[in-house]
Design a binder for this molecule. Structure first.
Ligand code: CTP
Length: 412
């Protein structure tokens, strides 16, 4: 096995099979195929790539190509990219292209291009390295025109040219995402043009901005990226100069956040709880959040609203339930993690660990069997049962039945 093929040890069996299948198409057609982008970067970093990114040079009919390699052609985009499904594994392919940016922040005009032009249109040198696929899926050579391998070794992120952020300001956010994830430094000249171009973020659409935010929230290292955002806020304007409690961001690293099924939502809740409440409206305008994220922002607003009442009055459990039940649960869990809300902890604990799960055992049908007439009364009694249960006036099924009978008697 050649030295280059040692890199294959980080690829899964299914990825290796896909590479061999792809090579079978190269053999009998007039195309060249390369692995590129994050796949190559991760292989060089001795990490297992999560997906395969192929670049094709030359022309081939997509359906014919998919048949040749034994996959199913999925969607195709106007940017010369397409996806193929290999028994459930979705793989990205792209024809080599060049991009021309009509004006900063706008999507590029895409034209067919050479393989070298395709490497040159990319964001960072560490993402502009290709591995050519040779016979039987062997890695035949590395093509690295911009010194990306050296930058991987030296752990630094460098743009390919000094208009990179002007062409596509989302790369600014990508830079912070990668430097957070890989713990790489920002190369000196890249830092200078970054500082020069930070204000360009203002021109990107809210869809693209939101998409980048979602990607960052998916990262284990999200906190590091947000700290970078805050440190550059004078020009990035994501926090509009507000004073942010940066130590909150580090709470995103907690094991319970990272391993949660709702890790992305929890991190967003921590973020939203850390910005001044007056900024929530600005964020709703600036980003294009999906309904889950809008609910989180509502929850943050609501928890701030009810905070005073919770601390002032001696509420009973059913009142507490009525208030907390309206608030997104990720926001409540995030409040348990960050210091500013420590005064609410006991209420949130009570709600999450006890009240939320207390349900009435009797159903509407049971109530009819117990002699209650069908109609709105049923819902009303079920509600009263729930309130009584929350306030620890009744506990068992027998208590519930007795409670219903008492109501029935009083009403007759
Ligand atoms: N790319 C770019 N500019 C962008 C987005 C992407 O130049 N604004 C290029 C990069 O070369 C990148 C490739 O397109 O490597 C694929 O993009 P993407 O899938 O977003 O990133 P990956 O490299 O696969 O990295 P990740 O591990 O974050 O998925």
């Amino acid at each position: 096995m050649s030295q280059l093929n040692l890199f294959k040890k980080k690829l899964s069996g299914s990825h290796l099979n896909i590479i061999v299948s792809v090579e079978s198409a190269v053999k009998i057609s007039d195309i060249s195929v390369y692995l590129v982008g994050g796949t190559v970067r991760d292989i060089l970093l001795d990490r297992s790539p999560s997906d395969l990114d192929f670049l094709i040079e030359g022309n081939i009919d997509l359906q014919y190509f998919a048949n040749l390699i034994g996959g199913t052609l999925l969607q195709e985009s106007r940017f010369g990219t397409f996806k193929i499904d290999f028994n459930g594994e979705i793989v990205d392919f792209a024809f080599s292209r060049q991009e021309i940016y009509p004006s900063p922040g706008q999507l590029p005009v895409v034209k067919k291009g050479t393989f070298k032009e395709d490497l040159y249109r990319r964001d960072f040198t560490i993402n502009s390295i290709a591995i050519a696929i040779g016979e039987d899926g062997e890695f035949s050579k590395i093509i690295d025109p911009f010194g990306g391998q050296n930058d991987v070794l030296e752990k630094r992120i460098k743009v390919l040219h000094d208009k990179s952020f002007q062409d596509d300001p989302t790369r600014i956010l990508r830079l912070f995402r990668y430097s957070g994830r890989l713990c790489f430094d920002i190369e000196n000249s890249t830092r200078n043009i970054l500082i020069r171009d930070l204000h360009m973020l203002d021109v990107i659409s809210s869809d693209r901005l939101t998409n980048e935010l979602y990607l960052i929230l998916n990262e284990e290292s999200a906190s590091r990226a947000f700290i970078q955002y805050a440190n550059h806020d004078d020009k990035m304007h994501l926090f509009d100069g507000a004073k942010i409690e940066l130590s909150n961001f580090l709470k995103m690293d907690h094991q319970e956040v990272q391993s949660s099924k709702f890790s992305q939502e929890l991190k967003f809740s921590i973020l939203a709880l850390s910005i001044p409440i007056e900024m929530l409206d600005t964020w709703v305008k600036k980003f294009n959040f999906n309904s889950d994220f809008l609910q989180i922002l509502d929850g943050v607003f609501e928890i701030n609203n009810i905070r005073g009442d919770l601390l002032k009055t001696n509420m009973n459990n059913s009142d507490l339930f009525a208030l907390m039940n309206k608030i997104n649960e990720n926001v409540l869990r995030a409040c348990l993690i960050i210091e500013e809300f420590s005064d609410l902890k006991e209420f949130i604990f009570l709600y999450l660990n006890k009240l939320k799960n207390l349900s009435v055992q009797l159903s509407g049908k049971d109530l009819i069997k117990l002699g209650i007439t069908e109609g709105p009364k049923i819902g009303q009694i079920l509600h009263e049962l729930h309130v009584a249960k929350l306030n620890e006036m009744i506990f068992s099924l027998d208590d519930e039945k007795e409670f219903v009978q008492k109501i029935n008697k009083n009403n007759s």
